[in-house]
Design a protein. Structure first.
Length: 345
């Protein structure tokens, strides 16, 4: 079985402690449910932008946001498809597995979603590599890393998957498990292309399944993209003879800490604004009201007609539903007469 080699350092332990405190604050803050939708949507968009940008995708964050909202953009087919694929895999992360266990089938399916219609050879999509690859600089010919042989890939992946579902892995902090899986997946390099994106999805999936980021608030990929050379240096820092991943885990834990700190700052700011406006500091939304907020997050606005069509209710019922959201300051009206529409306050 796969047996990760690392040691706990003061930096790792200190980082995990700070992460736990920040996460507790985020999950227990009295912020309105509309912020959950906004934070989740923003995290998914930023992750899709950063993770694909690391590997050369040229779309801007604004273009990725437009794609997420179903708008047309000017971009190459490959760049556009890579981002759409990543958005899809993050938006359906709860459907990537049948339960708490990650199977080989799940990983192959994930890779298939991530690389759909983007590979030169479509048969490589969702299939382990049958040709040897090296990681290096195409212009200079410098080789950075030589992954295991093609023949070794299936058994190495089976060992990793067995470990992921073992009691040993479950005993680790979710962040440590995710960091170990991220590195080992990249080291095995099981596919012709799309290994980095799939590895980052795998780490995100582990955090989701372990309940660490069940609400998908945290964007880990932003940290990697902010300093790509540092990301690659951290991956390449591992001695291939000992496979001691301590330095990599220090880097990985730091990335999670930075990501959660950013979310904490947003939550503290939003909570403070709401506490100044409402004595209770929290507004509970019904399922119907939540759908209205989600519609606005996706489309930027909502009209009375949109609400009527969405729930098949009368104009009077629409006005009452909207009033329940405008009075406490969740929504605000714009425009006049028949042209009125509503946005988030």
């Amino acid at each position: 079985m796969f047996n990760p080699n690392f040691r706990y350092t003061n930096k790792i332990v200190g980082g995990l402690t700070q992460i736990a405190a920040a996460r507790e604050l985020v999950l227990n803050s009295p912020f309105i449910l509309k912020w959950e939708v906004s934070l989740r949507r923003e995290a998914i968009i930023r992750s899709a932008h950063s993770s694909t940008a690391i590997e050369g995708n040229r779309l801007s964050l604004e273009q990725v946001s437009d794609l997420a909202q179903g708008r047309e953009i000017m971009a190459t087919r490959k760049d556009r498809q890579e981002v759409l694929n990543y958005l899809k895999v993050l938006q359906s992360i709860n459907k990537l597995t049948d339960g708490k266990k990650i199977t080989e089938k799940d990983i192959l399916k994930t890779h298939k979603i991530v690389t759909r219609d983007t590979l030169k050879n479509p048969s490589d999509c969702g299939m382990y590599r049958n040709r040897y690859v090296i990681i290096g600089n195409r212009l200079t010919g410098e080789v950075f890393f030589r992954p295991p042989s093609n023949d070794d890939v299936p058994k190495l992946m089976k060992a990793l998957i067995m470990w992921l579902n073992s009691a040993e892995a479950q005993a680790f902090d979710p962040i440590i498990e995710a960091g170990i899986a991220h590195y080992e997946f990249v080291r095995i390099h099981p596919f012709i292309d799309g290994n980095g994106r799939t590895a980052r999805v795998l780490a995100t999936l582990i955090l989701y399944l372990r309940g660490f980021d069940a609400k998908q608030f945290f964007c880990l990929d932003d940290y990697y993209d902010s300093d790509r050379p540092a990301y690659y240096r951290a991956l390449q820092s591992v001695n291939q003879n000992t496979l001691d991943i301590t330095k990599w885990l220090e880097y990985f834990v730091e990335g999670v800490k930075v990501s959660i700190a950013a979310v904490k700052e947003s939550v503290v700011r939003l909570s403070s604004e709401r506490l100044r406006k409402a004595e209770k500091g929290q507004i509970a939304l019904t399922e119907r009201q939540m759908k209205i907020v989600e519609f606005i997050n996706k489309n930027g606005r909502i009209t009375n007609r949109d609400v009527r069509d969405m729930f098949k209710i009368s104009d009077e019922a629409v006005r009452k539903e909207i009033a329940k959201l405008t009075k406490p300051g969740v929504l605000k009206a714009k425009g006049k007469g028949r042209g009125v529409y509503y946005v988030l306050e």
